[in-house]
Design a protein around this ligand. Structure first.
Ligand code: ATP
Length: 370
């Protein structure tokens, strides 16, 4: 179902635009988002389950929300929509919000939300996402459709797995058969050997300056908005990052150990400068393509992340896109080697708040919300 433009306009017509509150579930990248909102002069609202979370945020006065909405269960948020709208709240979504509410509830949450919620339909289907990225000009790991054809390391990804849980690596068909759970949907992907870089971009359709994304297809010849590179990280993943210390994959299998890809933290990264133009080319193509996903598509809005592996041939392989702020932007609360060039201390969280502030001034706030 989702939220129509008319519904959104109706809600916003009743909003006091000089009195906006930035609301966020107190998890994931919320410290950064709340801090950034405060820097840009917004009131802030934290949403949480359980008093421990609230107490914990008091340890960070620079981000501690002005007000809290305490719930017994995150799904109660759906019933609080009117309460939130009365307070002129704009919700900033992140991965935990989508996970806690579930994708359908998130799409139908009756509160103005930063970004384009409809993009989730392309993001959450592996096949639709793959087509989007390919049409956007990204290079992707190849896919093996017949397990008998596995002839080199592959990674087997289950449909519903989050944060790489349950993925496994197989070297050949026997390996695959031994480990696979055939009751679940999965995709077999070439295992790309290289360095994993997560590129955090920001696309502002209301900004007319800077690097302008050129439209394609039905938007050919149009400038769609400003694309910025905010920062970059690599993830610490347990236990695959430390696995090698115990010996070869064969030794480890003998000990009945399998590598796992559970994210435990993030580290800042900068890319070889000569790779940046290609990174921009892929990000620009991905944004341009997001406007072509269906008739009348609103396209990407705000923060997104291309999750890549760079091989020793200096080639990017994009294995996933996240169409909202990612937790990998958290090392950059005080800015990054990229965002500092444009303006010091500009985190992605602050950039979101800045875009909201500027769009309100220009009377274009609806263009950033869904
Ligand atoms: P999230 O939603 O948190 O990003 P996910 O469950 O969608 O995670 P992926 O991001 O697809 O999982 O992959 C998890 C991890 O598996 C990656 O961070 C990376 O380390 C590894 N990985 C994924 N695809 C490949 C690949 N094709 N080759 C090598 N490693 C890969």
């Amino acid at each position: 179902m989702g939220i129509s433009r008319e519904q959104l306009s109706g809600w916003l017509a009743a909003y006091d635009k000089d009195n906006i509150t930035i609301g966020v579930i107190a998890s994931h990248s919320a410290l950064q988002i709340l801090h950034g909102a405060r820097q840009e002069g917004f009131k802030t609202l934290g949403i949480a389950v359980g008093d421990n979370r609230r107490r914990f945020y008091s340890a960070f006065p620079g981000a501690d929300p002005d007000e809290w909405l305490m719930l017994d269960d995150y799904r109660e948020l759906l019933e609080q929509a009117e309460w939130l709208r009365k307070r002129n709240v704009i919700i900033i979504p992140h991965g935990s919000l989508v996970e806690y509410l579930g994708p359908e509830n998130f799409r139908n949450l009756q509160v103005p939300t930063f970004g384009n919620r409809e993009i989730l339909r392309w993001e959450s289907s592996r096949e639709a996402q793959r087509q989007w990225l390919l049409n956007g000009g990204c290079t992707l790991p190849s896919v093996v459709t017949d397990p008998h054809q596995i002839d080199g390391p592959v990674i087997v990804k289950y449909a519903g797995a989050k944060g790489g849980r349950g993925y496994f690596i197989a070297r050949d068909y026997r390996d695959f058969r031994r480990n696979v759970n055939l009751d679940e949907d999965f995709m077999i992907q070439e295992y790309v050997l290289g360095c994993r870089y997560y590129l955090h971009f920001f696309f502002d359709p209301t900004a007319e300056d800077g690097f302008q994304v050129q439209g394609k297809g039905s938007h050919a010849g149009k400038r769609l908005g400003r694309l910025e590179l905010m920062s970059m990280d690599r993830r610490d993943e347990s236990n695959v990052d430390e696995f090698y210390k115990l010996g070869s994959l064969r030794d480890l299998r003998e000990m009945t150990l399998e590598p796992t890809f559970v994210v435990t933290g993030n580290q800042p990264v900068v890319l070889r400068e000569s790779l940046l133009p290609r990174a921009f080319e892929m990000a620009e193509g991905t944004v341009a393509e997001s406007f072509e996903l269906e008739e009348g598509a609103r396209g990407m809005i705000g923060a997104f992340c291309l999750e890549t592996i760079v091989t020793d041939k200096l080639e990017f392989k994009v294995f996933e896109i996240s169409a909202r702020i990612v937790a990998g932007s958290n090392p950059f609360v005080g800015g990054s080697s990229y965002s500092d060039i444009n303006e010091p201390n500009m985190s992605t969280g602050r950039r979101i708040a800045r875009s909201i502030g500027k769009a309100i001034e220009k009377g274009k706030i609806e263009d950033l919300l869904s």
